[in-house]
Design a protein around this ligand. Structure first.
Ligand code: C5P
Length: 219
């Protein structure tokens, strides 16, 4: 059999949402299922890569051959991603919460006569931007995702430059697209040389196509 194209390569993948605690029973979260990121991790492993999958809270099985590190919060995800380096490529698929509360309440917040509780939000680390500007430790290929609801490609092109990553996989997550939690995905691959519009495909097929492109870029 032919040698698998990613044999000897290490790829870091982030996937899933993050949960940012408000108090012991509540958290800030989002609708990411983790399915696209897990599919990408599995496809990379099937092509021979050593894959470190840093996963937020999701209800998914670990793809065969993938090393999974479970985390809850964006800060934990950033730490785990950092510890996983060096990597030949990084694919940031996680829907990282933009904000966390500045301090988690030690007890459950109570309803009170004196008004609403006040959540003090602070910005979370941007894992993709950090990996992209990583200096000597920067993975040779850094791929980000962009979930957009309008003007998908233009926003993705701007995001590629702003984050400093090599590629952006842009997907349309407007409500009618059914992407969040659904089985299919319609994406556009934005690179330094242009934009490719991919047909609507099952997330598994998007993962395989992307893994093939990553193998091509690393070869
Ligand atoms: O800025 P925005 O969240 O739209 O960017 C999406 C891309 O950035 C995704 O690849 C996501 O995984 C990554 N990201 C990240 N850390 C954050 C926010 C986004 O890695 N704090």
């Amino acid at each position: 059999a032919a040698k698998k194209p990613l044999t000897g390569r290490h790829v870091l993948v982030t996937a899933g949402p993050t949960h940012e605690p408000i108090d012991p029973v509540r958290y800030i979260a989002n609708r990411s299922s983790g399915r696209q990121g897990f599919a990408i991790a599995g496809a990379l492993a099937r092509m021979g890569a050593r894959v470190t999958l840093v996963a937020g809270p999701v209800a998914l099985d670990t793809p065969p051959g993938v090393t999974r590190i479970d985390v809850e919060t964006a800060c934990q995800m950033a730490d785990a991603a950092d510890k996983a380096l060096p990597a030949d490529a990084a694919v940031c698929v996680a829907a990282v919460a933009d904000w966390r509360t500045s301090d988690e309440a030690s007890g459950k917040l109570k309803k009170s006569q004196d008004g609403l509780p006040h959540l003090n939000l602070v910005e979370n680390p941007d894992i993709l931007a950090r990996l992209s500007s990583g200096g000597k430790r920067r993975p040779g290929l850094v791929v980000g995702f962009a979930a957009e609801t309008d003007d998908v490609v233009n926003h993705a092109m701007a995001k590629r430059l702003r984050k400093g990553c090599d590629w952006i996989v842009a997907n349309d997550v407007s409500v009618e697209s059914g992407v969040m939690g659904g089985g299919d995905n319609t994406v556009h691959l934005v690179t330094d040389t242009g934009v490719e519009d991919w047909p609507t495909l099952p997330k598994q097929a998007v993962a395989e196509r992307l893994a093939e492109r990553i193998a091509g870029a690393l070869s």
